[in-house]
Design a protein around this ligand. Structure first.
Ligand code: 0A1
Ligand code: ZN
Length: 872
């Protein structure tokens, strides 16, 4: 493992490479115990560079067998610190290398590694250098030919990017397959697979009439779980044609499911590799949430074929160019497939819960970072989700039609190129004439802006004023913040919730109903307002900002019950819960005020609300969201006490309603994954959890029956969760044993089984330790590790337990994991890094846990960077 070297890579230091690679020919010979890689790189000197510079190639853990320039062996070379330095003697040459690597012992899951019985690759961001020597940077783009050789009986399936051009038998029971990818690509999009896999076929006819062969590969025991992903893929292909005019280019599109994978999935050209958990699904073992997630990830990876592969990133500072845009695209896809409001509510809630804390913590970074030590640490919610919000604001500012024109121009102009976020914005500016100069601060300034709003109504003048004041706290390395361009989608409502016509003196777009703020302070005067209006601001979460707008109870109640914008209605209800909880925490008073119960009553009684929206409105804000919303040092114990008291009070106040609704939501319909059915099941899960919270034995009987009689995973989990949180120890252990007995051969079900226990109310560290000792656990498998450890860390009341023991426990696990898989280990540092938001000894205990990681031997650059920033 690499020791921390604190090497800092800076955007300001970007320069083109000295050499380009035009074509890459690879032969990967897989043997038991080692793999030999032969590469032939057709290279040419960069015409903009003088002289004949040394060639410096990236290469990690390479055992060199031979090096050649054309046919001349290279005798003089230096290989140290993961760089191979050689001196070319001509401007054009073929660099040849034969090296050995050790995929069987590659637990980092980057480069070529073994996942169960199969070999597969993960090259983003810098994994290709673990396969062979290369200019492993995204602006070096080449065509690839890949030949894989392996034992035929053990590895009948041999795959790589592009089209198959040759295959055949070799001596000793071995065979080979050769694949050719005609599209230029950077090395991070390379993929190869060797395994004993079953293949599920389908096809898709593109808008121009080309027939594409679609293939999903999985291990034989998972063959029954591939249909949903294939269908999702076809929906994605069609959607991208319709919404973005993007047609698929190769003749084959392949997906491979891998049990060992660091992330969700990877968009390798023509050969996507997926975490099994993000692709394999069926009714019996996958919940509605899982189906939705899989559909979105399949779409995301597919959409990358244009936003990422055909047009890629010039350097890793541009990561959000492909990720922000692709998340924006997949969110839009999900909205079109299901319920747009539900999707928007969930995305905004996720951003506030996870990205806002990142943006106010030690790891805050701009959507276009200026520097990094370890690029793997920058696959963050800021790059992905905030990046998507930034793209969404561009759409909001210029409108959908011009946005589409801009994206057409972008794809056309940069096809086959490595581009920058500036290039993307320039296309949007060119088609719209909108000046994005100030807007680009969204790419360069870290942190979440706060917008403070105040209002004034002058009945005599029939004038209404809104004053907006925006500000941003300093973030690490950025003390000065300048005002942002903030689109405020808004309406003024009368007492019936109807929208008033808007006549104002500011930059307000009548068509899109968007008011654009550009200054630190803006006062907008609305004329002809005959009664005190209700301001519905930031509709549909039109900008990723914190809003402080003090409203009276009457105003909040009107917005919560009558706003026609369903997102804002939800937001008003959440604000009531949040403000109340914050007041309870501050006052140390755990009485739930009638306002909250009134809101719950009104939401329960409103038959116009869809079950999905109703369940979102009735759910209390998570602990994580509360922590972020407090904006002061958090007393975690007081926070837990207040939220638990409110939940209890809501549960008890409407006990009969919870029971009745839970029963009435039971349906005999055949299971289908669609928005309507999923919404019903989601609401039932919520009503059941309130009902079970009352301690009513009938609720537990219902939950147990739901678990036992379920013909689908959603119902089964909903029943089981209610039992886990409220049932007797005996019942809990009965059902958990039953679950494991029935499903222990199904990997996804075992992961769920581990997660359920780690996330259950009141779980102790002893239980977590026992889970890590269980036969089903494997510390080298990221999904299993995430199930147990992320399950525990997100289990607020258990992780933040009163004796603080959760922190040291996690620190020790991070140290342990770092020796196995640094990328996964580093992700867990997030659980400690926001220690400063907590008060007193708790903060000290979290800091000490971080310090113990900092003091440990042999830390990876991944973990070091995050820990050092957290302690700075
Ligand atoms: N580009 C992929 C995510 C991904 C990133 C890094 C990985 O390994 C270090 C793996 C996957 C996506 O956005 O889906
Ligand atoms: Zn992506």
């Amino acid at each position: 493992m690499k020791e921390s070297s604190a090497r800092i890579i800076r955007l300001a230091e970007y320069k083109e490479p000295d050499y380009w690679i035009k074509n890459t020919q690879l032969v990967i010979r897989i043997f038991d115990g080692y793999t030999e890689v032969s590469s032939e790189l057709t290279m040419v000197k960069n015409a903009r560079v003088d002289g004949l510079p040394t060639l410096v190639l990236d290469g990690v853990e390479q055992t060199i067998k031979q090096l050649h320039f054309d046919d001349t062996e290279i005798s003089q070379y230096q290989y140290s610190d993961d760089k191979l330095t050689v001196q070319p003697v001509a401007e054009e040459f073929i660099f040849k290398a034969v090296t050995r690597i050790d995929p069987e012992n590659n637990t980092s899951l980057e480069g070529l590694y073994k996942s169960g019985s199969m070999y597969c690759t993960q090259c983003e961001a810098e994994g290709f250098r673990k396969i062979t020597f290369y200019l492993d940077r995204p602006d070096v783009m080449a065509t690839f030919t890949t030949r894989i050789e392996a034992d035929k009986a053990s590895f009948p399936t041999l795959l790589a990017n592009g089209n198959p051009i040759d295959e055949g038998e070799l001596e000793n029971g071995r065979h080979f397959a050769t694949w050719q990818d005609p599209f230029v690509k950077p090395a991070y999009l390379f993929a190869a697979v060797a395994g004993d896999l079953v293949r599920k076929d389908d096809s898709f006819t593109t808008c121009s009439g080309r027939e594409i062969s679609l293939r999903i590969f999985a291990e034989p025991r998972n063959a029954h779980k591939t249909d949903f992903a294939l269908d999702s893929l076809k929906r994605s292909m069609k959607w991208d044609e319709k919404r973005y005019g993007r047609e698929y280019d190769l003749d084959i599109f392949m997906i491979v499911a891998s049990d060992f994978f660091n992330m969700g999935a990877m968009e390798n050209k023509g050969l996507n590799i997926f975490n099994s958990a993000a692709v394999l699904a069926n009714q019996e073992t996958s919940s509605d949430d899982r189906f939705e997630r899989i559909e979105a990830i399949v779409a995301h990876e597919y959409f990358h074929n244009w936003s990422g592969n055909r047009v890629t990133c010039r350097d890793w500072f541009q990561l959000s160019l492909k990720e922000g845009f692709t998340v924006y695209r997949d969110a839009h896809f999900t909205s079109d497939m299901h319920d747009a409001t539900v999707k928007r509510i969930k995305d905004a809630r996720f951003l506030k819960t996870v990205q806002f804390p990142e943006d106010s913590g030690p790891n805050a970074h701009p959507v276009k970072p200026q520097e990094y030590q370890e690029i793997n640490n920058f696959y963050t919610v800021t790059i992905y989700e905030k990046g998507a919000e930034v793209v969404g604001m561009i759409n909001t500012l210029i409108g959908e039609d011009l946005f589409r024109k801009g994206s057409d121009l972008y794809f056309e102009r940069f096809d086959g190129c490595a581009a920058t976020t500036d290039d993307f914005v320039a296309c949007m500016q060119e088609v719209s004439g909108y000046d994005f100069t100030q807007f680009k601060r969204w790419y360069t300034q870290a942190g979440t802006p706060t917008v403070v709003v105040s209002q004034h109504y002058d009945a005599e003048q029939q004038q209404y004023q809104l004053s907006f004041s925006q500000s941003q706290k300093p973030t690490p390395g950025q003390s000065e913040k300048l005002p942002m361009v903030i689109p405020v989608k808004m309406a003024l409502l009368n007492a019936q919730g109807d929208e008033l016509a808007i006549d104002c003196d500011a930059d307000f777009n009548q068509q899109t109903q968007v008011l654009t703020l550009t200054e630190a302070q803006t006062t907008v005067t609305f004329s002809g307002v005959s009664e005190q209006p209700y301001a519905s601001l930031f509709r549909d979460f039109s900008a990723p900002v914190r809003v402080e707008f003090e409203l009276s109870e009457a105003e909040l109640l009107l917005l919560a019950s009558k706003d026609k914008n369903a997102y804002n209605r939800f937001d008003a209800v959440q604000k009531i819960y949040l403000d109340t909880l914050i007041a309870m925490i501050k006052n140390g008073d755990n009485q739930t005020p009638s306002l909250v119960l009134d809101v719950v009553r009104a939401s329960l009684a409103d038959n116009a609300l869809s079950p999905a929206i109703k369940s979102l409105m009735l759910a209390l804000p998570s602990y994580q969201l509360l922590v972020d919303s407090l904006q002061q040092k958090v007393d975690a114990d007081a926070l837990v006490a207040a939220r638990q008291a409110m939940k209890q009070s809501i549960a008890n106040s409407f006990k009969a309603e919870w029971a009745e609704l839970t029963l009435s939501l039971q349906s005999e319909q055949a299971y289908q994954f669609n928005a309507e059915q999923a919404g019903r099941r989601e609401l039932q899960a919520l009503t059941l959890s309130y009902w079970a919270e009352t301690g009513d034995a009938a609720a537990l009987d219902f939950a147990k029956a739901l678990y036992q009689q379920a013909n689908n995973q959603t119902d089964r989990l909903n029943g089981l969760k209610a039992v886990l949180d409220n049932g007797s120890d005996a019942l809990v252990s009965d059902l958990l044993d039953d679950f494991y007995q029935r499903w222990h051969e199904d990997t996804q079900m075992v992961e769920t089984w581990l997660l359920l226990q780690a996330s259950a109310k009141g779980v102790t560290i002893d239980t977590i330790k026992a889970l890590m000792q269980h036969e089903a656990f494997d510390i080298t498998n990221p999904n299993k590790v995430r199930s147990v450890l992320a399950g525990f860390m997100n289990n607020f009341t258990s992780y933040h337990q009163k004796d603080f023991s959760g922190y040291d426990f996690i620190a020790q696990r991070i140290i342990q994991l770092d020796a196995i898989n640094p990328q996964v280990a580093a992700r867990f540092v997030t659980a400690l890094e926001n220690w400063k938001v907590f008060s007193g000894q708790r903060a000290e205990a979290m800091k000490q846990a971080l310090q113990s990681i900092a003091d440990s031997q042999g830390r990876s650059p991944d973990v070091s960077e995050k820990v050092e920033k957290a302690l700075a």
